[in-house]
Design a protein around this ligand. Sequence first.
Ligand SMILES: [Zn+2]
Length: 216
Amino acid sequence: MLPGPYYIYKCPNCDNLLRKSSLMSGNTLGLQIFSDGKNIRPMLPEFPDLTKCKKCNTIFQLSKLKHIGTYEWWDDKTKSRWKNADQVDFLDIEDYFRVLNEGFAKDIKEVFIRKQIWWAYNDRIRYCSKTEDNVTPFVDANDEIRWRENCNKLIPLLSLYDLDERIMIAELKRNLGDFEDCIYIIEQIWDYELNWLKDIFINECKKGNRWVVQLK
Ligand SMILES: [Zn+2]
């Protein structure tokens, strides 16, 4: 994995400086694929486009801004003001709900934001080291209510006629505890090369497991 240059941006609201990393080259070594469709590639990291200013909390898309400069990671003559700029991060669950409720980033489709929220909840299981049966992604009852609402609003934004999205709908049904619907939807996939995937979904349903699992 070879890092590329850093890109420097200015927050459109308060002029705070932000720094985005980039990648020259990477590979798919250590690839992990999960039942919710999220892939993790440790040697091919992604960098956010939708982000927020850590100083004023404004949410914006970096691709809508023009970077004010770049520097290479090995360049020690670069202005320290740039080197000390805030590293851009992916949004968290609260931020994504703000995008939906406060109308930030109007060009970004609702389905994208709702999928990020779903995945961010699943990350709490994905990156959880505990193996007890009672692990849940919720911090309290209200957290579960807004998670459920997001899942229910995400399902109609996905299409059963698109294979990846059909698998996501089946997974959302399983997450919601609707095992019968999950099995029904997954059984309608006729590609025999995906039998291994169907078996995993059906087995998890039969075990009564609602939560995200690693496929490969
Ligand atoms: Zn700002």
